[in-house]
Ligand binder design. Structure first.
Ligand SMILES: Cc1ncc(COP(=O)(O)O)c(C=O)c1O
Length: 445
């Protein structure tokens, strides 16, 4: 509930200038250019530890890599006890390259390709989270008797009010199995020669601010396990995965939900329903994405244009936008914006802030910045670590910005800035491209 909650842990201000990880952001921008994603490694490390401690004695955190992944982040996660959740062969490959063992990977996704299911069969992910009845049959057929560990993803209505685009349960959600279908799934998996039921999962959606919801989710999962206890393998504790979705503060007025509060709500539910007496050994899994990375990261931009708006007031245009952070366009997400090189000046003049893409590309409806701000000035958008780089695009043929990890006065470009070569890569003139027609296929048969 304060600006400090939104900022990276090592954010400091000196002589009006901001630094992260002991490096002035002006200097970072000077060396690496803007836009760029800057991540505070100390913040990431501290969050990794905080979740592990919060779940201590009851379970394991699982990082939802869709929020942000690069091999360097996987490298920070690898030496911890964290698992990761991946939804594609690409996320899986990145996690593996960063050193995360297959034994700590959950394969999610509402539509896994056959090739991705084969990765599970080959043991390149520990557990596949079943999202439909058809997927059980497909996986079972591809396994051909080889053991494959699975979880069932439930879709049960829980009382979460959030942006409908990030609500993943309820009548309109595409994810998981309805209670009735989940009953069928448990029986079908138990009857399969290959699939072993290890657990059950429910991710309600994102921006959960009420910790009690995690207790409710745990109870739903536990009830399911009690009803189907014999369908679960008895070789391991039963995994009850309460999903992620812990809210992150984007604005200084946003509420903060701590990992400890969410984990304690689960502990309380475990006691109330005597989970271990009724089920036997259980392992709680919690799957945060944004709450690990959102506030560790920020986006740095340079102001390019300042001009009056036809309706009155003034606008700024920044040198990035929709392509590096599509969240304002997708979800009407709101952010803070700070004049990173002029924090000593009062932020008292309202501006509407646009990106440079050929859409409306409004990044902030209104934000107060110093009256003198103008072209060439650096601005920092905090809480921009989640669902930004991972959702970035090359719209308007813009190369993607770099990802910079900062720690102890050093900056490392862990994902390099794309070049025009990258943007043009893979493109051929029509006459350069190998022709193919149906007759080629016929010849091959
Ligand atoms: C299955 C699953 N788990 C975890 C998450 C992480 O959600 P959040 O980033 O809001 O914590 C998501 C996000 O969509 C998800 O689909």
């Amino acid at each position: 509930m304060a600006l400090g909650d939104v900022l990276p842990l090592t954010w400091m201000e000196k002589n009006g200038r901001a630094s992260v990880g002991g490096v002035e952001l002006d200097a970072v921008a000077g060396r690496y250019g803007t836009p760029c994603y800057v991540f505070d490694v100390a913040h990431l490390e501290s969050r990794l530890e905080e979740f592990e401690k919060a779940l201590g004695g009851i379970g394991t955190p699982v990082y939802a890599t869709k929020a942000f992944l690069c091999t360097a982040l996987a490298g920070l996660i690898a030496p911890t006890g964290w698992w990761v959740d991946v939804v594609s062969a690409g996320e899986l490959a990145m996690a593996r390259r960063g050193g995360i063992p297959a034994s700590r990977i959950l394969l999610h996704g509402n539509l896994k390709t056959r090739a991705e299911l084969d990765l599970a069969v080959e043991g390149r992910a520990a557990i596949t989270v079943i999202d439909s009845l058809a997927e059980i049959d497909l996986l079972d057929a591809r396994a051909e008797g080889r053991p494959v560990d699975v979880m069932i993803r439930l879709n049960e209505h829980v009382d979460l009010i959030t942006n409908r685009k990030v609500l993943t349960t309820g009548g309109h959600a595409k994810f998981g199995l309805t209670p009735q279908a989940a009953d069928t799934a448990a029986a079908r998996i138990a009857a399969s020669g290959s699939l072993r039921l290890r657990g059950v999962h429910l991710h309600a959606g994102s921006h959960i601010t009420d910790p009690a919801l995690f207790g409710v989710i745990f109870e739903r999962l536990a009830e399911f396990v009690v009803r189907h206890r014999s369908a679960f393998t008895s070789d391991h504790p039963v995994m009850l995965d309460v999903g992620g979705g812990l809210a992150s503060p984007y604005l200084r007025t946003d509420p903060v939900l701590t990992p400890r509060a969410a984990a304690d709500a689960v502990r309380w539910a475990m006691d109330v329903i005597d989970a271990e007496d009724r089920i036997g050994p259980v392992e709680v899994m919690m799957e945060p994405g944004r709450s690990l990375v959102a506030n560790a990261g920020l986006l740095l931009y340079t102001v390019g244009v300042r001009k009056p708006l036809p309706v009155g007031g003034e606008m700024l245009a920044l040198d990035g936008g929709l392509t590096d952070n599509p969240r304002p366009a997708l979800y009407d997400s709101r952010y803070e914006l700070l004049a990173a090189g002029h924090l000593d000046l009062p932020a008292e003049r309202p501006f509407r802030v646009f990106g440079r893409m050929c859409e409306t590309d409004v990044l902030l409806d209104s934000v107060n910045l110093p009256a003198s701000i103008g072209p060439g000035d650096l601005v920092a958008m905090p809480a921009a670590g989640a669902y930004t780089f991972s959702m970035s695009s090359r719209y308007n043929a813009l190369p993607r910005p770099p990802v910079l990890f900062v720690k102890d006065g050093e900056v490392r470009e862990v994902v390099r800035r794309e070049s025009l070569e990258d943007v043009l890569g893979g493109q051929l003139m029509m006459e350069e491209a190998e022709p193919w027609s149906i007759t080629e296929m016929e010849k091959a048969v």
